[in-house]
Design a protein around this ligand. Structure first.
Ligand SMILES: C[S@@+](CC[C@H](N)C(=O)[O-])C[C@H]1O[C@@H](n2cnc3c(N)ncnc32)[C@H](O)[C@@H]1O
Length: 172
């Protein structure tokens, strides 16, 4: 009996690990959180403020959307494919009492309309950024900003670059 319980526990751990690591990489980018100090730099760089609606595409554990709301006064929306990270973000939003200001949806961000955003934050990868360009150009309003950590949007000209922090700011 103990043997079978051990087998079930191992299976659950392996499946959870697969969901945790492989699925998000298949969809676009693996889990690699931006450091909290870099998140602050990113939000300052994009000049996030009270009138803004920020969307973090691939919002991970919710650190960008939570800081955008808590420290910068923005309304913030995260879209995250991984069920565990999206559940964790929801707990953190509740913990910080930000339910009226911050929202997270679980799923593939390609399936969500992002037209409400005035700021998009990205920390994804080369291939997925390339695919995203069409969606960003089609759905975002003129004047919206995009701040991408580490990865450029190929053939788009950034309005500003922070070389030290490896940040690229684009305007629609
Ligand atoms: C490098 S992490 C960045 C997390 C967070 N934005 C940050 O900067 O700390 C990328 C995240 O994007 C998520 N992701 C990748 N492709 C996605 C997709 N197509 N739809 C939703 N989430 C996606 C991954 O699960 C992962 O949590």
């Amino acid at each position: 009996m103990d043997f079978w319980i051990a087998i079930i526990v191992v299976e659950v751990v392996v499946i959870t690990f697969l969901i945790w690591t492989v699925w998000s990489a298949v969809l676009g980018a693996p889990w690699a959180p931006t450091s909290k100090s870099k998140v602050r730099t990113m939000l300052e760089f994009a000049n996030v403020g009270e009138g803004d609606t920020l969307y973090d595409l691939g919002s991970g554990d919710g650190r960008i959307i939570i800081m955008a709301a808590k420290e910068f006064g923005a309304k913030a929306v995260g879209i995250e494919a991984d069920p565990i990270r999206s559940m964790w973000s929801k707990l953190m939003i509740r913990h910080h009492k930000l339910k009226d200001q911050v929202q997270v949806s679980r799923g593939n961000f390609f399936n969500f309309n992002i037209g409400e955003a005035s700021i998009i934050t990205l920390y994804l990868g080369v291939g997925v950024n390339n695919k995203l360009r069409e969606k960003l150009a089609k759905e975002l309003k003129p004047g919206s900003r995009i701040v991408s950590h580490h990865f450029i949007l190929k053939d788009w000209t950034p309005t500003e670059i922070d070389e030290k922090a490896n940040l690229y700011l684009y305007s629609i």
